[in-house]
Write a protein that binds this ligand. Structure first.
Ligand code: RIB
Ligand code: CA
Length: 312
């Protein structure tokens, strides 16, 4: 039976490819809905972009709902310098025809989880504001979440500050609430995603698949990598962050991880948003997450090639 799945995201080129990979596998995922949050670009754009990718994937039946337009406490922070003003620059796709589903994504999350006839997997690819707000409004939903698999955090260094990763940094209070909620968590941080670089060779292999989805994915990866290089980030291709979450759900054998205690810094101006990962119980607290540390990046990119091939 397909796994019931909700994807919360802030498209973003990497979110967009994660959405494509999920929607390319309807035999594996019963995608209940896509919820959007402010992150890489403002909510109006992340919501528009999710609609664009839904139509590229040919999945009009999947509802898209807009969620929180800003973090719980922090001032809004976006990343147009990396993702472009539109958020999925490089995709070169037509305007979406289908509208958002009316209503707020947080209310929809609570109603959908409460009505689910089996626990739901929740994939978060952006700041965790929507999931945290749903939990604060309705703590009972934890019983209906099988696990949250999140792209965010880092055992080691950060990317938006020296010590914090963007998704956690934008809304550290939301992340702290989710990490303290007791829900089963798998954290896929920068330690893993920085092993999975969209090199020119990998982008060309994706483009050569020849479908519309392949061309859009290659265009987005080309833009994303160029901006990463211009921003003085790591050379050798942008780390392809968000599709790691979907790849893990499809092929956990491509990854290695272990239980850790993860806590989020919410007060220090120097390390705000840092995920403190304790694998050796040095602080005496039991693990609250599985933290991934390794990825088979060749197998990962083959999975993405297969995904864009399956979408005509
Ligand atoms: O730090 C990388 C994460 O922040 C990715 O999810 C990217 O899309 C941005 O949301
Ligand atoms: Ca994202």
């Amino acid at each position: 039976m397909p796994t019931p799945l909700i994807i919360d995201c802030d498209p973003g080129q990497d979110d967009a490819i994660a959405l494509l990979l999920a929607m390319a596998n309807p035999d594996v995922f019963d995608l209940l809905g896509i919820t959007t949050v402010a992150g890489n670009v403002p909510l109006s754009r992340t919501s528009y972009n999710a609609r664009v990718i839904r139509e590229l994937a040919g999945r009009p039946e999947v509802p898209v709902l807009a969620g929180c337009p800003r973090p719980m406490l922090m001032p809004p922070r976006s990343a147009e310098h990396i993702h472009g003003e539109g958020g999925i620059d490089g995709a070169d796709l037509p305007e979406p025809r289908l509208p958002l589903t009316p209503g707020h994504a947080v209310v929809w999350l609570i109603e959908t989880l409460r009505l689910a006839d089996q626990p739901v997997t929740v994939a978060t690819l952006g700041p965790m504001t929507n999931i945290a707000m749903a939990y604060v409004m309705a703590p009972d939903i934890v019983r209906k979440i099988d696990r949250v698999v999140l792209m965010g955090g880092s055992i080691g260094k950060g990317n938006i500050t020296a010590s914090a990763e963007f998704n956690i940094y934008v809304d550290p209070h939301a992340a702290a609430a989710v990490f303290a909620s007791g829900v089963a968590l798998t954290m896929i941080g920068l330690d893993v995603t920085h092993q999975a670089r969209a090199t020119p060779e990998r982008i060309e292999r994706i483009r050569s698949v020849g479908t519309n989805a392949a061309r859009a994915a290659a265009g987005m990866l080309g833009f994303f990598s160029a901006r990463y290089a211009e921003a003085g980030h790591v050379a050798g291709g942008a780390p392809l962050h968000d599709p790691c979450v979907i790849a893990y759900l499809l092929r956990p054998d491509l990854f290695v991880g272990r239980p850790m205690r993860v806590d989020v810094e919410v007060s220090s101006p120097l390390t705000l948003g840092r995920t403190v990962c304790d694998a050796e119980r040095r602080d005496g607290r039991p693990p609250n997450a599985t933290v991934l540390e390794k990825i088979d990046s060749d197998g990962y990119f083959r999975l993405i090639e297969e995904g864009v091939r399956r979408i005509s």
